[in-house]
Design a protein around this ligand. Sequence first.
Ligand SMILES: Cc1cc2nc3c(=O)[nH]c(=O)nc-3n(C[C@H](O)[C@H](O)[C@H](O)COP(=O)(O)OP(=O)(O)OC[C@H]3O[C@@H](n4cnc5c(N)ncnc54)[C@H](O)[C@@H]3O)c2cc1C
Length: 450
Amino acid sequence: MPAETVSVTGWGRTAPTTARLIRPRSYEEAVAAVRDCGARGGIPRGLGRAYGDAAQNAGGAVLDMTGLDRVHAIDADAGTVLCDAGVSLHRLMQVLLPLGWFVPVTPGTRYVTVGGAIGADIHGKNHHASGSFSRHVLSLELLTADGGVHGVSRGTPLFDATTGGMGLTGVILTATIQLQPVETSLMSVDTERAADLDDLMARLTATDHHYRYSVAWIDLLARGAATGRAVLTRGDHAPLEALPEGTRARRDPLAFRPSQLPAAPAVPEGLLTRRTVGLFNELWFRRAPRARAGELQKISTFFHPLDGVPHWNRIYGRSGFVQYQFVVGHGQEEALRRIVHRISERRCPSFLAVLKRFGEADPGWLSFPAPGWTLALDIPAALPGLDAFLDELDEEVAGAGGRVYLAKDARLRPDLLAAMYPRLDDFRALRAELDPRGVFVSDLARRLTL
Ligand SMILES: Cc1cc2nc3c(=O)[nH]c(=O)nc-3n(C[C@H](O)[C@H](O)[C@H](O)COP(=O)(O)OP(=O)(O)OC[C@H]3O[C@@H](n4cnc5c(N)ncnc54)[C@H](O)[C@@H]3O)c2cc1C
């Protein structure tokens, strides 16, 4: 099977390492690739949208699974799909929306694979209502270190280790997913502004349960009384009757035609200053309506605004950027306030950050979401003193019983991991039994001894 030696990074482009990239085109080739990984092992990779070092493997093999991307069967009555793990959510939307079905969970980009969605047990704006991706996975097929392919059902230890297991239990080959019925491909969206963090948390707490999807875009450069000011966008799939009669949208209610802009240029590092980013955040806040109800938006506008700009991650220049995401539980609002104030005082030039309330957790042993508050923000990696600053935030998060998201991480200190992920020992024990030779390994796994 052809393999090339290439430099591999995550979406944040912060920690490049070199690996042999292998792209299996059949299950047999995938089995052969796992058997021939070599001494430095291998790790499956999807579309490389994990920000950190989860889908790379210095000096070893990286199995690019996007060559296995067939949709095998759709049950349009039951709303289930059986597909290869290399299929992207973008492709699933193209195929499923015309049939009146939508993926059960989508992250902020639809350019992720089903394998990546399960491997990181991703969450979306509907986590408070629908949980994470794994909740909707009915079964999967896993290629393990011995070269065997196993059907894995819900409720088994192997399922719970694999959902959120960052590719370390094996290569997911296929999955059967329960879908979400929709009448249209448009979203009905309510927008409102929150004056500060307390106002924002109060609004989310009081009314999130009225919405299937909810997220707040928060300005972390605002200070003083405006600290944590935000724009909330919440909504649901628009029913057919919400589309005006006689319009194109009404005639073709399930159309899915996302638009694309030219690729984003790399901005010279000096241009992403606090001033320019602050100005952008200010403009964006002022432009948002104080309150607006029932606006019809495309799926791509509501869920994936950044997907319209290919390679937008290049705007951060050569040294890339860190995406920092953590969750702290309900009752830990004081910790959240402290962290938001610290970030805002530190004046990180961070474009809009995202705050969301998570609902019930799913059973994945390394699954990230837990009931509480999650904040995600981008920070240019070249910011002086960033590592020490984020180490302090990690300690604050761990001290509050929270955790950081491994799919976004490339820098967490290993000693904090066990406090953040209480099922870590179970995960390690299962891996030791399933994969005694350590065939599956990634830079993330080595760094954190997963
Ligand atoms: C703009 C943007 C917005 C995002 N928004 C969100 C969000 O809202 N919520 C959220 O949860 N995440 C979000 N993410 C992160 C992203 O959803 C996850 O990192 C996801 O895992 C990426 O999928 P991928 O196919 O690109 O996988 P990769 O990044 O290639 O791999 C991610 C992990 O999955 C494993 N993996 C990949 N394929 C397989 C397979 N076939 N079998 C087993 N393991 C596999 C890899 O080993 C790795 O550990 C966002 C990322 C971007 C760039």
